[in-house]
Design a protein around this ligand. Structure first.
Ligand code: MRU
Length: 343
């Protein structure tokens, strides 16, 4: 069960990622040798999921250092600052990307004090060590979330999840799906319903693929089926991941998460957010819409090359929504379960 797909690996001075745009049709890898390549992969969602883009961003900073070795010292400082800014802004909502870039930026800054603008193999090795640490820590946090979360799951349960918060989205077994993998190991999980997750179908393309590989009973539903299933008494709990959680418990996650939280409350079904402690952004008292990424209208009107709306139609397509703590039964973190605000 723990032998899940590895979404990200550093090998032979390259970042090797599963190209998630090709799933479920083909399991292919991209080998990224430039930081621009990593940014492109993050923007196109070839690598996606908050922890995974944080890990990819940390490795991208290693590539920045390697690329800067070829530059004249006079150009280096400006190049480094610009490149790190570009990585950080590739996707705005997940706290993990800005955290990873911040950690790597500090290593560049310390080096600058000690050695001026010298970028050498020693600095590259330090950055790589730091990226590997972020990666390994994420793997361990997923295991811990899985163990804490599984304790909440009654025998014979059926879960509902949205998007993909699994191995493909993290450095380990996943957050929301981590809970499900461990519950399955413990013989408690009967079935998982996976919301399709319009418009980019991370639920049907990625979660269904991942759970099927792991031998978990998974049933795909289109997003609008969730309420009807709850009404029929088919769902025992909902579990989702998170991209950023503010001090007051406001939780940003894939668009549609808020709707599921409302539905879960209306039907008296527990609604859990599974996320590591690092997803909590204590610098923000609450979340605002400014942090919510807006996606290209083409993903809605012409997704997967099929035109499904008239030319020129106005589209509103936020990638994430914000669920208030009052709708969350509990946060399952790597340090334990924190009560939410739902009565
Ligand atoms: O747009 P995506 O696919 O990156 O959105 C991902 C999610 O919303 C996940 O639920 C979240 O990042 C947590 S992944 C452990």
């Amino acid at each position: 069960m723990r032998d899940v797909v590895k979404a990200i690996e550093w090998s032979d001075e390259k970042l090797r990622i599963v190209d998630q745009t090709m799933l479920p049709v083909e399991l292919v890898h991209l080998e990224l040798e430039s930081y621009h390549g990593v940014i492109e992969a993050i923007k196109t969602l070839a690598v996606r999921g908050a922890p995974a883009i944080g890990i990819a961003g940390a490795y991208a900073a290693v590539l920045v250092a390697v690329e800067s070795l070829k530059l004249d010292a006079a150009l280096r400082c400006e190049f480094l600052g610009k490149a790190l800014d570009e990585i950080e802004s590739a996707r705005p909502t997940a706290v993990n990307l800005s955290y990873a870039v911040k950690v790597q930026r500090e290593i560049f800054a310390e080096n600058r004090i000690v050695a001026g603008d010298i970028v050498d193999e020693k600095l590259v090795a330090r950055l790589l060590g730091s990226a590997s640490e972020i990666h390994e820590r994420d793997r361990q946090m997923c295991d811990a979330i899985g163990s804490f979360g599984a304790e909440l799951i009654p025998n014979g349960s059926t879960a509902l999840t949205i998007c993909n918060a699994g191995a493909l989205a993290t450095g380990g077994i996943g957050t929301a799906l981590g809970v499900l993998y461990v519950a399955k190991e413990q013989g408690k999980l009967k079935r998982v319903y996976s919301c399709e997750t319009r418009p980019l179908l991370q639920g049907s393309r990625l979660t269904c693929w991942e759970l099927q590989q792991a031998g978990i009973n998974v049933t795909l539903i289109v997003d609008s089926v969730a309420g009807a299933l709850m009404k029929k008494g088919e769902i025992d709990f909902v579990v989702a991941g998170a991209d950023r959680i503010a001090e007051n418990g406001d939780t940003a996650n894939k668009i549609g998460t808020y709707t599921l939280a409302i539905l879960a409350q209306a039907h008296g079904i527990p609604f859990y957010i599974a996320a590591p402690e690092t997803t909590f952004d204590r610098s923000l008292p609450r979340l605002s819409d400014e942090l919510i990424e807006l996606r290209d209208s083409k993903e809605v009107t012409c997704g997967f090359s099929a035109q499904t709306a008239p030319e020129g139609i106005d589209v509103y397509s936020p990638a994430f929504d914000i669920t208030p703590k009052e709708l969350i039964s509990a946060f399952i973190t790597d340090r334990g379960v924190i009560p939410g605000g739902r009565k």
